[in-house]
Design a protein around this ligand. Structure first.
Ligand code: NOJ
Ligand code: CA
Length: 703
């Protein structure tokens, strides 16, 4: 009897002990949430059995399902398990800051922050903090390693951050780890359709649309002292961070204190909402340059397109483009039509022969005999124009680093304010590598070595008051906020692909995809403005696949603080459409998106930062369409003259690209303007307040 009672008591005690244990176990597991200021986005950090993860919901619906976090190291245990929470801090932040130049003047940086300080439960614990910032337009998170005894120097072999998607979304993507860097046409597929033998990972910004119409972009902000992130694609629509490795196989070499770039997820109800998200900039450090008075957006022409269509050569000889005489001709043209700069490529020793193969032979201070650098810069100054310098490195990094300080100093002493750099070739310091094994291995363009190089160039240029336009760049992650001399860059297929692309150039849809993909990273030196769209004499097999009006619209659709008018001067002379390129500014007070459908069409309006004018650019893919544009952005009660550059009757990118209608009508903010776009076409409009007499002489808009 007693025994039975004893046994029962024993069982009850044992069961309660078990229960207590289970409870304490689940108490050690934790979930910490933080929501966006508007409450719609919630990010939850989860620690289960010591393993960290996060998830993202919007309006109560999952956007990112529980996704792993953590790292593996060389010669050290991984940091993705046996963790405990030491401290949790929450913070609110709300501040509006002013861009020295930009697509919009003032940006609100408004977020809720969650900091989770973690420590290993092992005998010599390492510390790591995970920080989440949640904005109304998305979120960013990063890992921080404070200075600590048990983690000093370290080599990351893998960052295991996952993005487990809640569905098999539509995507627009370019392959990572291929030889041509970011210069590929975007493909539109389901996430599940990406993975193939050839494509194991994609670049960011990586853009998606869910079945419900939500738009998502995964990217990174403030890529500093780290390797850039590509996304490895898994069949179960899980994306995993895939860092570009260094030649020794290590992904990142660092020492504490250190932090990763922000991993960002931008979320919008529609495609338009992506374009006006400034989350990437908000996650960068404020301006570090004290004096920014020397930094000026502007427009330029250049001895450039001529090389791409074979009229000139970069190297010396009878077709040398960069001669003193030709430079003066371009300077005259720039001065006459109000351009700020003249880019001159091929001025310096090193271009003869196959320059792409010997970047280590470039001199950045010695001109060719037929180019008098000082005479050219003096002449430019006398005409109120400036030379835009050019440093093509052909990826000879060591050669460039040895000279760049002197080269920037030389340019600065000659009044040059902006330099275009380039990194074509399989490189000397960095021979490009290719996933598919075509090319011998050294350093990637996008690994830590080059991330650090590109940053040293920005800092060195700033010391010499030089603005940068980087071609074959590292992708933009918003560094222009911290270093506003980092103006614009390439990093996608620009206009040049129409000059020589062996695949028919950029198709009409290309520029309707860029604003939502490449341009989610930042400004793009696309170099629009080709007027001689067919250039039959120069390269009969190539052409630009747009109408003329679409070339103009690109000045508004594509944001760049330095915009080029890419064509030869003779192709602009006597062309009424050239007026738009002369008028359009490159520094904006405000940006709004009126229509947006990725890969189909986009309409953007921007307000000039220095006048009351507004500009509109609208473009379509190969499909003709009419888009109704309510002009509600214009100031109420004000009559405007709309200077319109529209596709003309019968315009068609393929059969009749040059047909253009240029006319003026009166409009106001109650007008609903029908934008008529031809196949592969576009429309560009300048809105300026009407002068009193114009109200009586210019006809009103008739729908
Ligand atoms: C590639 C650049 O994109 C192009 O603009 C430049 O002309 C050549 N490299 C030569 O530097
Ligand atoms: Ca290029």
């Amino acid at each position: 009897m007693l025994n039975k009672k004893l046994i029962r008591t024993f069982i009850i005690i044992a069961l309660s002990l078990l229960l207590v244990r289970c409870q304490s176990q689940s108490q050690a597991d934790a979930a910490e949430s933080v929501s966006s200021p508007d409450g719609r986005i919630t990010v939850t950090f989860i620690l289960e059995d010591g393993v960290p993860a996060y998830k993202v919901d919007r309006d109560g619906q999952p956007v990112i399902l529980p996704s792993k976090m953590g790292f593996t190291f060389k010669e050290a245990a991984p940091l993705h398990q046996d963790l405990r929470i030491v401290k949790v801090k929450k913070n609110a932040f709300d501040e509006t800051w002013t861009q020295p130049w930009g697509e919009v003047k003032n940006i609100r940086n408004h977020y809720q922050e969650l900091r989770v300080e973690l420590e290993e439960t092992t005998s010599s614990p390492r510390e790591m903090t995970v920080v989440f910032r949640v904005f109304d337009d998305g979120l960013g998170f990063r890992y921080e390693w404070p200075e600590q005894e048990n983690l000093t120097d370290f080599e990351i072999m893998d960052e295991q951050t996952e993005f487990v998607l809640a569905g098999d979304h539509q995507t627009w993507w370019i392959p990572a780890f291929w030889e041509n860097r970011y210069e590929y046409l975007y493909r539109n597929t389901l996430v599940s359709e990406i993975a193939s033998r050839e494509v194991s990972a994609v670049h960011t910004p990586f853009t998606m649309r869910t079945n419900e119409g939500l738009h998502l972009v995964i990217h990174e902000a403030a890529l500093t002292d780290y390797s850039s992130m590509a996304l490895r694609i898994d069949k179960n629509h899980t994306l995993e961070c895939e860092l570009y490795p260094a030649s020794n196989g290590t992904k990142v070499t660092a020492s504490t204190p250190h932090q990763t770039p922000w991993r960002t997820i931008q979320i919008a109800d529609n495609a338009a909402g992506l374009i006006t998200s400034y989350l990437i900039l908000n996650l960068n450090e404020p301006n570090k340059l004290e004096d920014v008075s020397w930094i000026e957006p502007g427009k330029y022409v250049g001895i450039w397109w001529g090389m791409h269509i074979n009229k000139y050569t970069w190297g010396s000889g009878y077709k040398h483009g960069a001669t003193t005489e030709n430079a003066k001709h371009y300077i005259d043209f720039a001065a006459e039509y109000g351009f700020d700069g003249v880019l001159i490529e091929g001025w310096n020793l090193g271009w003869n022969g196959n320059w792409t193969a010997h970047g280590d032979e470039f001199s950045f201070t010695t001109p060719y005999d037929d180019f008098d650098l000082e005479a050219v810069t003096d002449y430019a100054a006398s005409k109120g124009v400036r030379l835009i310098g050019h440093h093509e490195t052909a990826a000879g990094i060591e050669n460039y680093e040895a000279q760049m300080g002197d080269a920037f100093a030389l340019y600065h002493s000659l009044g040059v304010k902006a330099v275009k750099t380039g990194y074509v070739a399989w490189g000397q310091g960095i021979k490009l590598r290719d996933d598919r094994g075509y090319i011998e291995s050294v350093e990637w363009h996008h690994g830590q070595y080059m991330v650090e190089h590109y940053r040293r160039v920005v800092e060195t240029a700033a010391q010499h008051q030089i603005m940068l336009d980087v071609h074959e760049p590292i992708k933009d992650t918003g560094i222009r906020r911290t270093y506003p001399n980092m103006m614009t860059r390439e990093g996608a297929r620009g206009q040049e692909y129409n000059a020589w692309g062996a695949d028919g150039g950029n198709p009409p849809a290309h520029t309707t995809i860029l604003p939502f993909t490449r341009m989610m990273a930042g400004p793009f030196d696309f170099t629009p403005g080709t007027f001689d769209l067919l250039f039959e004499d120069a390269r009969p097999d190539n052409r630009v696949n747009t109408t003329l009006a679409k070339q103009l619209a690109l000045y508004v659709v594509i944001y760049s603080p330095l915009h080029m008018a890419s064509d030869l001067p003779e192709n602009y002379e006597g062309q009424p459409a050239f007026q738009f390129i002369q008028d359009v500014p490159t520094d904006w007070q405000d940006t709004q998106v009126l229509h947006a459908q990725i890969g189909d069409y986009v309409t953007i309006v921007r307000q000039d930062r220095n006048s009351a004018d507004w500009y509109l650019g609208s473009i379509t893919d190969e499909t003709a369409r009419t888009l109704e544009a309510p002009l509600t952005f214009l100031a109420p009660g004000q009559t405007y003259v709309a200077e319109i550059y529209a596709d003309g009757a019968g315009a068609d990118w393929e059969t009749n690209p040059l047909a253009i209608d240029i006319y003026q009508v009166l409009v106001d903010n109650k007008t609903v303007f029908a934008l008529e776009l031809a196949p592969g076409g576009g429309i560009a409009i300048r809105f300026r307040p009407a002068a009193p007499d114009e109200v009586n002489t210019i006809p009103s808009y008739q729908p």
